[in-house]
Design a protein around this ligand. Structure first.
Ligand code: PAF
Length: 273
């Protein structure tokens, strides 16, 4: 595995590879969810590039940028054992200069749900992803469905800017008890971890209601709120794949999302129907 820390090193590393490039952009603290993205990239491409960069522009003031988990040694090992060809590990100076051009998230889709709770977050995500795509020049890029709004906005950016890249959405990986894997789960103490299961339980209840034929988004969100109580819920939302709110679930075009605060940790989860 080649470790590239600068743009020049990345260029040289990419020159040693031939054929299609599958790319997995990450912020590190890699878990089994990331490994499933790397495995899919490994199967479908000649070379696999992973980036690890804790992107400061997607954190709002007061968010967990400085305490975001950093596990360089373990992450490098995971990448090596997973068959990654090139690991891009830039620092902030490599990725950003002064007074730069930025990508702005769309006015509506970028500022509802996650974008309402974290205004400006998606500008930072889209800007760094655009930079990474231009540096790595992949054919396919792998993202988890857990960050559903991020996935939708990146897919939209690729379409809006006519970029020749295939975005591959991958299923959320869960612990046996249903907790969606997230780098932020390390913040949870044992009792908070137990409380965190309310997110997946609420989504499970929503799924059951749909399977029983109840398609009313009002009734489903009400039932989910009852399960989530007394957590500090930021939102329960049911939208179509374009992130427009809907009154009835339409199978094949619906995402049910939840965001809640568990102790000091903000967690998100969703199911795609
Ligand atoms: O999902 C993430 O880990 C980040 O938002 C991403 C896409 C790597 C951009 O920093």
């Amino acid at each position: 595995m080649i470790i590239a820390r600068s743009h020049q090193e990345l260029r040289e590393a990419l020159h040693t590879q031939s054929g299609s490039v599958g790319f997995v952009p990450t912020m590190g603290a890699l878990h089994i969810g990331h490994r499933s993205l790397i495995e899919a990239a490994r199967k479908e491409n000649d070379s696999v590039v992973v980036s690890i960069f804790v992107n400061p522009t997607q954190f709002l003031p007061g968010e967990d940028l400085s305490k975001y988990p950093r596990k360089e040694e373990a992450d490098f090992k995971i990448c090596e054992l997973s068959g990654v060809d090139v690991l891009f590990y830039p620092d902030v100076q490599t990725m950003y200069g002064d007074d730069e051009v930025r990508i702005c998230a769309p006015d509506v889709r970028g500022y509802i749900l996650e974008g309402a709770s974290r205004p400006g977050h998606f500008d930072g995500v889209l800007t760094v992803v655009m930079k990474l795509f231009n540096m790595v020049r992949p054919q396919r890029v792998y993202f988890g469905k857990k960050d559903a709004q991020q996935l939708a906005l990146i897919t939209q950016m690729v379409e809006n800017f006519f970029m020749n890249i295939v975005i591959v959405p991958m299923e959320t990986v869960r612990e046996k008890d249903g907790l969606a894997l997230s780098s932020r789960n390390v913040y949870l103490n044992p009792s908070e971890r137990q409380e965190a299961l309310k997110l997946s339980s609420a989504l499970k209840r929503g799924t059951e209601m749909v399977m029983q034929g109840n398609l009313s988004t009002v009734e489903i969100t009400d039932a989910m709120h009852k399960i989530l109580a007394p957590l500090e819920v930021e939102y329960v939302a049911i939208v179509n794949r374009r992130f427009e709110s809907i009154s009835k679930v339409k199978i094949g075009d619906t995402i049910v999302l939840v965001a809640a605060q568990v102790g000091t940790t903000r967690l998100i989860d969703n199911v795609w129907m």
